[in-house]
Design a protein around this ligand. Sequence first.
Ligand code: GLY
Ligand code: MN
Ligand code: MN
Length: 477
Amino acid sequence: MATAWSMGPGTLEVPLSLFEKNRKRLASQLKNGQIVILQGGDAINHYDTDVEYVFRQEAYFTWVCGVREPGCYFALDVSTGRAHLFVPHHPEEYEVWMGKLLSCDEFRKIYGVDEVHYVEELHKVLKELNPEVLLTLSGTNTDSGLTAKEAVFEGINDFKVDNESLFPIIAELRVIKTPEEIEVLRYVCKVSSDAHKQVMLYAKPGLKEYQCESVFLDHCYRVGGCRHVSYTCICGSGFTGATLHYGHAAAPNSKIIRDGDMCLFDMGGNYAGYAADITCSFPANGKFTDDQRLVYEAVLAGRDAVVREGKPGVMWTDMHLTANRAMLEHLKKGNMLRGDVEEMIKAGVNGILQPHGLGHLIGLDVHDVGGYLPHCPPRPDGPLSRLRTARTLQAGMLLTIEPGCYFIKRLLNRARDNPDQSKFFNWDMVERFLDFGGVRIEDDVLITENGVENLTFVPRTVAEIEEFMANGANFKQ
Ligand code: GLY
Ligand code: MN
Ligand code: MN
């Protein structure tokens, strides 16, 4: 019987007990007579071709059983606590192209579940289990607005189905990470931190941004066994750093990095489905100018304030404003802004310079579920509506802290035309920054009983970055 899964020697062994514990936590919130039924992800082809995307399992399915292949179903019988996996019944030809056809018993041993059946037996097995009700997963992801994939199979109408109860329960369980999940997240954050450090050593003026992306991908995969990253790599340099989700197909990290550019690299590996999401900002040539230092240290002041003040019981919306305040204070000291910081926030100056929230829950999804569940504070009105959660922090949550400061021409022009905002800016100085791009500092942190534990290990202060870029050549992961 397997007890763990890994990508081989040197990579993290993910214990199957991680998934077993998730099932136990889930069952403890449900009632006898209920059976949870989840449908895993399917293989997806590129358009009409026979080429498939490399499969990535659906996150709720991973959470409950860790199964890595497409076309499966999973049932948790609450009355007995037994875990049933249903796998596709492939033809013999499968063995020619895809490898050994595994028996149900072999699957049972690989995934550590109680029983394995073929998908075609799903209806029959469920009938034998004779549930009072099937619980299926249906709900809206508040980051994407898309809905979870609800299990469907032939004959489901022969059962009483409740598709409302499960979603808030399982999403809430995903918000609070177990020690086993924290170990996986710790690992993927360490691998991703090391990958960012390799990039910092490699980056220099004259390279294309995607060459830095490639160093990150290489390290995550070659050293850390991360076959996937958690989202498209964002590798801005100079003015491209002001595009928040740069790196997409129409802007594929292809600008040449110039001397004097600030790099803003937002990249995170993914291991066993668990995500990292880290941003490093640094000068391409390894030495901060005074202007770069001003903006960087303003953002760092925001991050430091949240790392200092974050703890259970604190509201995320307050942390967002704490970070904004610290950043604006610093920019005011640097003569870029003038006036009262509280008045600036009332006027929305913070949202001009940082048009995104402080951060988000992270786990099996990079923007993890549970930001706005029915029992939690609703999405605020006004500028705070852009936050991905308004929750009160609890021990066991993992979040990103990612304050940023960007010089986005469209937003700055809007501010200049708005007398309520314009008066706070020193426009003579801001002019100098129109091609600056931006700075974001993004850490992945665990909320502990006492405060914040940072799982991100990269050079963060100006002195640390300059020292590392000058003398870090001996850094080996
Ligand atoms: N990489 C997307 C984010 O930072 O949320
Ligand atoms: Mn990010
Ligand atoms: Mn993020």
